[in-house]
Ligand binder design. Structure first.
Ligand SMILES: Nc1ncnc2c1ncn2[C@@H]1O[C@H](COP(=O)(O)OP(=O)(O)O)[C@@H](O)[C@H]1O
Ligand SMILES: [Mg+2]
Length: 335
């Protein structure tokens, strides 16, 4: 079986999603897995977490195609031949390869929009455009002998994310316990459902001999981003939102409202809760490494080091849980 493609998606930005993908990718590699991590957000924040500005400039300049996801797709999109080879950028750990993002990816939005209805006419180019992300991710996974492909996307419900989700076998949904994030969660379920059924309908019109994704986008569960909460907010408000998450997730994302909703601590769909790592965050950003790898040399002492060690445990548990859920969900819905 090819490597599962897991996309981290919600409808609210600035809550810590990119940081979560970055840390889970490093953690899976630390646990011995081979991982491709892909930046499909036109804001390219994930790429910035891995690379210095100089390194990014080198990827984005030069006369040949850019060594990014969009650089691989653009020649094909412009009618200059097939998809290019997927180029992975080294991250410092050879188990972890980065498919770098690109600000110019937003130029793909219009073609993706226009191609979606054309799939219903069986138009082969439209199918190739809509599945271009999937093809690039598949090629990268094959080349890297990856066990997992993790994908970061922006918060929109537009055509780029529709194509990214069509490419996804699984979805992890980060949520913050606040009004905006809960509304984001409520918008997300129906969007996923619409894209899933829309793609199934299109697959009836698929051209022969064209490999295409299943568009399963099965929800593995959610991660609670506790740090999304303003620290000066009363505890009760926080608790109120926390209590709603299992129910809203079931109603909106699973489409199966459940009268006996468990608490978040007992909920099998809760993949973990992410703490506020405070001063470790800028230290790690500066050192361009995950917070759980911070050392003295990065300026982490005493309490920082203890917190970094705790973070290692938290992220290891979350990564294991995500990998377990992939197995569970695959067994309950065999392809
Ligand atoms: N666990 C955390 N603890 C503290 N701050 C965090 C944590 N995760 C992310 N942040 C900070 O929150 C901001 C938004 O994070 P980011 O991952 O870019 O969010 P998103 O991808 O949802 O827009 C960043 O400044 C980041 O450093
Ligand atoms: Mg982001």
């Amino acid at each position: 079986m090819s490597a599962p493609i897991i996309t981290f998606f919600n409808n609210k930005g600035g809550v810590g999603k990119t940081s979560l993908v970055y840390h889970i990718a490093w953690m899976m590699a630390d646990l011995g897995k081979r991982v491709v991590v892909a930046d499909l957000d036109p804001q390219a924040n994930l790429t910035t977490a891995f690379l210095t500005e100089d390194e990014i400039e080198r990827l984005w300049s030069g006369s040949g195609p850019r060594l990014t996801v969009w650089g691989t797709i653009r020649p094909f999109q412009e009618g200059e031949g097939g998809l290019g080879a997927s180029t992975l950028t080294p991250t410092g750990d050879d188990r972890l390869g980065l498919l770098a993002g690109d600000l110019d990816l937003s130029a793909f939005e219009d073609d993706l929009s226009a191609s979606w209805p054309k799939c219903l006419d069986g138009d082969p180019r439209a199918f190739r455009i809509i599945s271009a992300f999937w093809s690039v991710l598949q090629n990268a996974a094959r080349q890297h002998h990856a066990h997992y492909v993790l994908v970061d996307v922006g918060p929109s419900l537009g055509a780029i994310n529709r194509a990214a989700l069509v490419a996804s076998d699984f979805v992890v949904i980060p949520v913050a316990p606040d009004l905006f994030s809960m509304q984001g969660l409520r918008n997300l379920g129906p969007a996923l459902q619409k894209w899933r059924t829309g793609w199934r309908q299109r697959l009836h019109m698929r051209p022969e001999n064209l490999a295409l994704p299943e568009g399963e986008m099965a929800a593995l569960g959610y991660v609670v981003l506790q740090h999304g909460v303003r620290l000066n907010r009363p505890v009760q408000a926080y608790q109120r939102w926390i209590r709603q998450i299992p129910e809203v997730f079931r109603g909106s994302v699973l489409g199966s409202p459940d009268p006996t909703v468990p608490d978040i601590d007992q909920d099998p769909y809760c993949l973990g809760q992410l703490k506020h790592y405070r001063s470790l965050v800028p230290l790690a950003q500066e050192a361009r490494k995950p917070i759980f790898f911070l050392t003295h040399a990065d300026g982490a002492y005493g309490g920082h080091l203890l917190a970094a060690r705790d973070a290692h445990g938290d992220f290891a548990m979350m990564a294991e849980r995500i990998m377990d859920r992939v197995v569970e969900v695959t067994q309950t819905h065999p392809a």
